[in-house]
Every structure is written in structure tokens, then in C-alpha cells.
Design a protein. Structure first.
Length: 365
């Protein structure tokens, strides 16, 4: 690349002394050289700040910013993105317990520079032990933003990844304050829908990032709560009119609510805790559709019907889900007190508060 535009990289950190060196080393190992790097310490109580300062002392491209006060996850990520350089053309979030592979910045910038219409660039990632964000046929490196959002709403195709997996054009980040919706646990997905109405999406068909899976992460809390269901409902209501025809939106909303209440019917049989029900009742009310006992009864009836037709498979599946849910809740309870917020992770006293605290949807987040 003859003239390399400046890329601002930010890492929000909270108590990640053990993993932060690997994260920083992955930035230092980039084949792309024209970057600056800001590590944002969110009042860590371990040695994270000292680790960051030690690396900053060895490379003038690295600086350390310490928040004036402790911030929860989404506000912390927004604050991190406010630290990008005014002269940067692109910016990249690299979370403190994750890393990026050596060609990550080079390949993402190469694609964005080749297509000025691209606003966001994604790629394959390793998430735990699996390859994530698959589904686009090779070599679809340039995709209409409206089309990729339509496919997500209509087909469930998800290739945006998490904040760790994408590159943004810096002018887009600077044009939104705050960049992420701080009331949404899946804010990294929502911002893609907000931006891609008039922009294209770029995708590099290589594995460029790694996301660590932790039992105390917001991703785990999100999975246990099934927050993907209210998230999709909110996307359909907020962005469906912009991406779908009125008929398509009607069909998808009807189908999604049926799926949503089937899950709630299963949860009723499993005897889920009060916080689970508080969370979903609140989310349904916030979405403007309300909580329906009639729909819940129908969802329960469908689940019972399945159990009658195939009792063995149904019982095994429900026991497996119940066991996983209990394991997650036990692990979360055994973690740090109150809220321990990192680039992505948090142990929550009240799981239904996660909608106000988290980012990774996979939605990661």
C-alpha cells in the first residue's frame, strides 16, 4: 500500500492484566505500520494500568488514557472511540482479552481503500474454538449495505461480528455521539443497521481476529437470557420499515413473535427465575408490543404438543438447556461482586440489567 492512511486503534480495559500483553503484542505485530493506539483503562484494580504504561514507554504510537470515573461497558466503549485521532481515516476496537492477527489492519484497510462506498469492514473470526461470521459466499467482498441488513432481518444471516471483528471509517464514528446506543446490549449490531442504509459493507474472507469466550462475559449472560429475541424484535420495529416492504415486515414480525413466545413457553416449563421474566416483560413493553399471556399460553401449548409427539428428544433437549442455564448462572454468581466490566465482560447482580450494560452480541454479540 503506497500511502497508508492513519488507523486509530483503541482498547478498553478493565482488570485484564493477564490477557492485555497478548492483545497489545498483536497490535505491535501488525504488518500495517501507520497506526496509533490508545489503551483506555477503566479504573482497573489489578496491574492492567501498569502493563499499558510499560508498553507505552517502549513505542511512541501507544498512549494510555485513564477514565476519570468508572464506566459500564457501552459508555466505556463510546468513551474509547472518542479517543481516536482527529486525523485518522479508519478506526478499530481491539478488546483487552482478545487479539488481532498480523494481517488484520492491512487487509481491512486494503478493502476499504479499494471501495470508498464501504463504511464498515468485517471478516471471519475465531470465537473460542469455532470460526464465526460465515455465510457470505466467496468472493463477495463488497456487499450492498441495505442488502446485507435485509438478509439479516429476513434470513438471519449475521456477518457483522462484534466490535472486535470490524473496522469503521473514522468519520462515521465522529459523526455519532454517542456512537453506540448505550441502552442496547447488542449496540454493535444496531450501529451497523444505522450506518448501512446508504453505505456498503466490506468483508475480507480471511480469519483476522480472535475473540475469547469467558463464562463471566456479557455474551454468556446474553445467551442465558436469550436476549437475541428482544434484540431482533427491536431491529424489526426500529429498522424494518427502512429495509423491508410493509408485507415483508408484517410476515417477519408475526413469525418472530411466534418464535419468541415458543421460547417463553419452554422457559415456563423449565421454571426460569423471576429476573428472566422481568427482563423479557420489560423488553416486550419497551418494544411497544406488550407482554401477552394469550401468546404465552399458545407458545406453551406448542411446546407441550412437541413433547407429546416426541417426548424423549424434548425431555433431553430441555434438560440439556436447563443444565447449561444453571451452570451459567452458578458461574456468574461465583464471579466478582456487583459489576465487573471489561472491554466486554461483566458479572451482574441482576441479569435483566444486562440490557443497559453490555455490548458483545454475538450478539455478539
Amino acid at each position: 500500500m503506497q500511502s497508508q492512511p492513519l488507523v486509530s486503534i483503541v482498547t478498553p480495559v478493565y482488570n485484564e492484566e493477564e490477557t492485555l500483553p497478548g492483545c497489545i503484542e498483536s497490535v505491535l505485530a501488525q504488518s500495517y505500520e501507520n497506526w496509533d493506539y490508545t489503551i483506555i483503562d477503566n479504573h482497573s484494580t489489578d496491574g492492567s494500568l501498569e502493563v499499558a504504561r510499560r508498553y507505552a514507554a517502549t513505542d511512541r504510537r501507544i498512549r494510555v488514557h485513564r477514565n476519570q470515573e468508572f464506566l459500564s461497558v457501552i459508555p466505556n466503549h463510546n468513551n474509547a472511540l472518542r479517543q481516536i485521532s482527529s486525523g485518522s481515516k479508519y478506526c478499530k476496537v481491539v478488546l483487552g482479552d482478545d487479539w488481532i492477527f498480523p494481517k488484520c489492519i492491512e487487509e481491512m484497510v486494503r478493502l476499504a481503500e479499494a471501495h470508498p462506498s464501504i463504511g464498515i469492514v468485517g471478516a471471519y473470526a475465531i470465537e473460542g474454538s469455532r470460526v464465526a461470521w460465515t455465510g457470505l459466499p466467496y468472493p463477495s467482498s463488497l456487499v450492498c449495505g441495505r442488502e446485507i441488513c435485509r438478509r439479516h432481518l429476513l434470513e438471519g444471516l449475521y456477518v457483522f461480528g462484534s466490535a472486535n471483528a470490524v473496522l469503521y471509517r473514522s468519520d462515521l464514528v465522529r459523526s455519532r455521539n454517542p456512537f453506540y446506543n448505550e441502552a442496547n446490549i447488542h449496540a454493535d449490531t444496531e450501529v451497523c443497521f444505522a450506518l448501512l442504509r446508504k453505505l456498503d459493507f466490506g468483508f475480507v474472507h480471511q480469519i483476522l481476529t480472535f475473540t475469547r469466550m469467558r463464562p463471566d462475559s456479557l455474551n454468556t449472560v446474553s445467551q442465558d437470557l436469550h436476549s437475541d429475541l428482544p434484540h431482533m424484535l427491536n431491529l424489526l420495529i426500529a429498522y424494518g420499515p427502512a429495509y423491508l416492504s410493509s408485507k415483508e415486515l408484517e410476515i417477519r414480525l408475526t413469525a418472530h413473535l411466534l418464535e419468541y413466545y415458543r421460547l417463553l413457553g419452554k422457559s415456563l416449563m423449565l421454571g426460569r427465575e423471576t429476573t428472566f421474566w422481568d427482563y423479557h416483560k420489560t423488553e416486550l413493553i419497551k418494544a411497544g408490543v406488550g407482554f401477552s399471556h394469550v401468546r404465552l399460553a399458545k407458545g406453551l401449548a406448542e411446546v407441550l404438543g412437541d413433547a407429546v409427539l416426541n417426548p424423549k428428544a424434548t425431555v433431553e433437549r430441555m434438560l440439556r438447556r436447563r443444565g447449561l442455564g444453571r451452570a451459567n448462572r452458578i458461574q456468574n454468581t461465583a464471579s466478582a461482586p456487583d459489576v465487573a466490566v471489561s472491554g466486554r465482560s461483566a458479572d451482574l447482580k441482576l441479569p435483566y440489567e444486562a440490557s443497559r450494560l453490555g455490548v458483545d452480541k454475538h450478539s455478539r454479540r
